[in-house]
Write a protein that binds this ligand. Sequence first.
Ligand SMILES: Cc1cc2nc3c(=O)[nH]c(=O)nc-3n(C[C@H](O)[C@H](O)[C@H](O)COP(=O)(O)OP(=O)(O)OC[C@H]3O[C@@H](n4cnc5c(N)ncnc54)[C@H](O)[C@@H]3O)c2cc1C
Ligand SMILES: *[C@@H]1O[C@H](CO)[C@@H](O)[C@H](O)[C@H]1NC(C)=O
Length: 422
Amino acid sequence: MANPCEGLKVLIVGAGFAGLTAAIECRRRGAPVLLLEGSSERKQLGDIISFGSNSGRIFQRWPGVEEAFDPICHHSSGLDFYTYDNEFLCRQSWDAEADWGKMFNGHRGEMHEIVWDHALSIGVEIKMGKKVSEYFETDNEAGVIVNGERISADVVLAGDGVRSTARTIVLGFEDKPKSSGYAVYRAWMGTEKLKENPLTAWLANGQDHHAGWLGPDVHFLVAALQNGTACSWVLTHKDEADVEESWSAPGDIEDAVRTVEGWAPIVHTIIRATPPEKLVDWKLVFRDPLPTWVSPKARIALIGDAAHPFLPTSIQGASQAMEDGVTAAVCLELAGKANVPEAIRAYEKIRYGRVLATQKTGVTTRDAWHKADFDYVKKNPESVKLPREKWILDFDAQQHAHDVYAEIVKSLQTPSESKPSL
Ligand SMILES: Cc1cc2nc3c(=O)[nH]c(=O)nc-3n(C[C@H](O)[C@H](O)[C@H](O)COP(=O)(O)OP(=O)(O)OC[C@H]3O[C@@H](n4cnc5c(N)ncnc54)[C@H](O)[C@@H]3O)c2cc1C
Ligand SMILES: *[C@@H]1O[C@H](CO)[C@@H](O)[C@H](O)[C@H]1NC(C)=O
C-alpha cells in the first residue's frame, strides 16, 4: 500500500477507544494524525471492559498489542448464570463462537494504556490538556478551537464520548443526555478479602471465572481474572435519579447491598468485600439516536459514544466505537485527500444501520434479564443466555468497508438515497 493517506491531515478529538482506533488506523495508512485529549494526565481509569471478536480482530492487526493484552485479560470459557437466590441456571459457553475470533475482556485503564502506547509508537501525535470547545469547517478544511488556539486539518473525527460537545455542530442544537432509568454500581478490586471467606474463596483460586446472578430489575455480574489476584463486579439496578455520568462518582457499599436485599449471601459477601474507595456509582446515560453523525459540509464526523452510546448489556459499545474508527480510516484511504466529504458521508452510511441494530440488542438483553418471570426462568434456564449474534461478532469492519465503499458512494450520488439507511 503506497501511503494512500499521505498528506491527508487528520485531527482527532478524544483519546478513548474510538479516537485511538481512528488515529492508529489513519496513521497505518500514512496520514499525519494529531489527537487532542481533554484530560491533562494519564491515569488508569475504569474497571472491566469487553471487546467482542469483531474488535478483537482490529487489535490483532496492531503489532504487539495482543501479546500485551493476553497476560492481563480474562480467559474463561463461559459465563455461569444463577438466579438471585443462587439456583444454578446454565452455563453459556463461548466454544460455539471460537471460529469468529478472539475476544478481549480486561481492565479498561490497563488496556487503554497499551493501545495509547501503541499509537505513540507508530507516530500518532497526542496532545493532552486540550479540551476542545468549538469546531468549525469550510469547504476546504475543518478544525477546532482549544484553549484559544485554532487548529485545522482536512478532516476532524470527534470521539469525545457520551458528553460530546461536537454533537452541537453536527446537530445544529444542543442535545442533552437523558437518564436510561438504570444505574450501575461497579468495582475493580484485589481478591484478598474474597479469599478469606469460604463462600467466595473459589473466585481467588487462580483460575478465571465469570458468573451472573439475575433478579427482578437487577443483575449482578462478577469476573475473576489475572491469576486469581483481581476481581471486578457490576450491579445494574433501576435508578431514576439524575444523569450525571462520571467514572469517579463514589458509591456507597450499604446502598449497593440494599439493591440486592433478600439475594444469595454470596452476592452480599462480594459487595461487602469491596474497599469503599473502589466502589463507583455510574448513572447510565441514554440518548436518542442522532439523525446524522456528520457536519453540514461533511468534514467533521462523530465517532464512538459521541455518535451512539450503548447500554452495557449489548457488550458492544467499545467494539462499535472501534469499528467506527476503522471504517472512517478506510473511507478516507479510498477517497483520498481530494474527496474528504465523500469519505465522511460514506462512513456514516456504512455504519448507521449496523450501529442502530446493534444498539437495540442492549435493550433486548437488559429486559430479558430484568423483566423475566423467574418461575419461567427456572423451568427454562437457557432463556437467560446472551444472544450471541454472528452478524455482530463474526464481522470484519475493515474488509466490509473495502467491499461496499464504491457501491455506497454511488448510492450517495442518487439524491433520494442520500439519507443514512435506518
Ligand atoms: C475515564 C473513562 C473510564 C471508562 N471506564 C469504562 C469501564 O470501566 N467499562 C466500560 O465498559 N466502559 C468504560 N468507559 C466507557 C468506554 O470506554 C466507552 O463507552 C467506549 O469505549 C467508547 O469509547 P469512546 O472513545 O467513544 O468514548 P470514551 O471512552 O468516553 O472517550 C472519550 C474521550 O474523549 C475525551 N474528551 C471528552 N470531551 C473532550 C473535549 N471536549 N476535548 C478533548 N477530549 C475530550 C475524554 O476525556 C475521553 O478520553 C470509560 C470511559 C472513560 C472516559
Ligand atoms: C498470570 O500467569 C501467567 C503464567 O504464569 C503469566 O504469564 C501472567 O503474566 C500472569 N498474569 C498476571 C496479571 O499476573
